[in-house]
Write a protein that binds this ligand. Structure first.
Ligand code: 5GP
Ligand code: MG
Length: 180
């Protein structure tokens, strides 16, 4: 596969290979398996971006567990004051459950800053966050991420679930925007 690709009007270059993602996800799955062996955790994938990471992470974690999804939309800046709208909510009772929220990327932290209190209000036994990517320099709201795949620079990335105007989610590797 070509290492430079075009999506809509922009060019992207290979950043994290499929092989590196696979190795890291396996390690995260093993780590979670150790910590949650007797807890029957509920993995909560955050749609749309985390659909591939969630699918791979649960398969890398060979313990008794359940999987569900939330769909949220975050608005920031000019369009709103930074709120999160829930488009698809929990279908089950999460009281006393051990939750592992699975996210594609933590950028400013705004999504979780607004989402976490609404989840905490439902009294789960615990909440952990697993994020494939994190941009430490972009963080505005401090969020504790329990399981991080890769810390990356503050660059726009696509692939492996992450989109650019809805395109490129199906790329098996992660690509970053070529500036300028
Ligand atoms: P936050 O609320 O932490 O600022 O950002 C959360 C959401 O912004 C992510 O779940 C993702 O949907 C989107 N996002 C942030 N950075 C990137 C990026 O580099 N690429 C893509 N495709 N989406 C991003
Ligand atoms: Mg997301």
């Amino acid at each position: 596969m070509s290492k430079t690709i075009q999506i809509h009007d922009k060019y992207f270059e290979l950043f994290i290979s499929e092989e590196k993602i696979k190795t890291r996800v396996q390690a995260l799955g093993a780590e979670i398996a150790q910590q949650y062996a007797d807890k029957n955790p509920l993995f909560v994938g955050i749609l749309n971006g985390a659909f591939l990471f969630t699918a791979d992470l649960v398969r890398a974690c060979p313990i008794k567990s359940e999987v569900t999804f939330l769909k949220v939309q975050s608005y920031e800046g000019l369009k709103s004051t930074g709120t999160v709208t829930t488009l698809l909510d929990f279908q089950q009772d999460i009281k006393d459950r051990h939750l592992i929220l699975v996210e594609d990327i933590i950028d400013t932290g705004t999504t979780f800053f607004h989402l976490l209190p609404t989840i905490q209000a439902k009294h789960p036994a615990s909440i952990a966050i697993a994020s494939l990517l994190r941009k430490p320099t972009a963080i505005k709201h401090p969020i504790t991420v329990d399981f991080v795949g890769f810390d990356i620079p503050n660059k726009f990335v696509i692939g492996y679930g992450l989109d650019y105007n809805e395109q490129a989610r199906n790329l098996p590797a992660i690509y970053k925007l070529i500036d300028g």
